[in-house]
Design a protein around this ligand. Structure first.
Ligand SMILES: NC(=O)c1ccc[n+]([C@@H]2O[C@H](COP(=O)([O-])OP(=O)(O)OC[C@H]3O[C@@H](n4cnc5c(N)ncnc54)[C@H](O)[C@@H]3O)[C@@H](O)[C@H]2O)c1
Length: 246
């Protein structure tokens, strides 16, 4: 059987750790070439070295359009094209209304929502040139239902779900599909870090957190031409967290 992403060239933001790193490893294993974009230079360069000639690291702060331009140019110059964009970089930040500051709000929105918009902006022409292309926006179960005390994150992930739909409608005639992925609680550094969030780790039908690889298999599917009839849709991978009350 041929590799599922043979000949594809992908740019993955936030790929130095967690789920992004899992996606990068799987993409290369499935025959893709990958540009790893992240602000974590050391971890990103280390992963690119581990993956060999099929991967390259570029410093990418998703809030900076110039970094996105460079990342897209890196894909085209190094691998000849760009036909997959995975908007994965994100931060989780929590705090109750009245305490959570406007600065925190703006910071979270700038990474989680403006970041993917800037990525789409920078990658649009390359994606159209390389058609059929695929954009995978990593939203969250918090883009499907609210999470108390996690306001900016929830708003950003609902926003990314909306951006996915508007971009899918606009770019479909140009050969670019755009879909969103909505993970539940996944075992990554992100969940290890923040204190005081109200994410209930047992609140799903499977009574466990997910593994990065369990999200990666869905992202590989959406990045590949196997998902050629999927567009503008939301794909939940959350152990049943959003299925309803038991
Ligand atoms: N872990 C979960 O339970 C969970 C659940 C739902 C959705 N998600 C989403 O999945 C995505 C990946 O999260 P993860 O759990 O792997 O987290 P993670 O913290 O392990 O990885 C996030 C990566 O993004 C990078 N990053 C942060 N700010 C950046 C910026 N400004 N520019 C570029 N890169 C930046 C970090 O350096 C890191 O490598 C995020 O969008 C997150 O919101 C995570």
């Amino acid at each position: 059987m041929s590799a599922r992403l043979s000949g594809r060239v992908a740019l993955i933001s936030g790929a130095a750790s967690g789920m992004g790193a899992s996606h990068a490893r799987a993409f290369v294993a499935e025959g893709a070439s990958v540009v790893i974009g992240d602000i974590a230079d050391e971890a990103g360069a280390k992963l690119a070295a581990e993956l060999g000639d099929a991967a390259v690291f570029t410093h990418l702060d998703v809030t900076r359009g110039a970094d996105w331009d460079l990342a897209v140019a890196t894909a085209v110059e190094r691998f000849g094209k760009l036909d997959v964009l995975v908007n994965n970089a994100g931060i989780l930040d929590a705090g109750p209304i009245g305490t959570y500051t406007e600065k925190q709000w703006q910071h979270t929105l700038s990474i989680n929502l403006t970041g993917p918009f800037l990525g789409l902006t920078a990658a649009r022409d390359a994606l159209v040139s390389a058609r059929p292309s695929s954009v995978v926006n990593i939203s969250s179960a918090a883009g499907i239902q609210g999470v108390p005390g996690v306001h900016a994150y929830t708003a950003s992930k609902f926003g990314l779900r909306g951006l996915t739909k508007s971009a899918a409608l606009e770019l479909a005639p140009h050969g670019v599909r755009v879909n969103s992925v909505h993970p539940g609680g996944i075992l990554t550094p992100m969940l290890g870090a923040p204190e005081g969030t109200t994410l209930d780790r047992g609140a799903n039908t499977l009574k466990r957190l997910g593994l990065p690889e369990e999200v990666t298999s869905l992202v590989v599917y959406l990045a590949s031409t196997e998902s050629s009839y999927c567009n503008g849709a939301e794909y939940v991978v959350d152990g049943g967290m959003t299925a309803g009350r038991a």
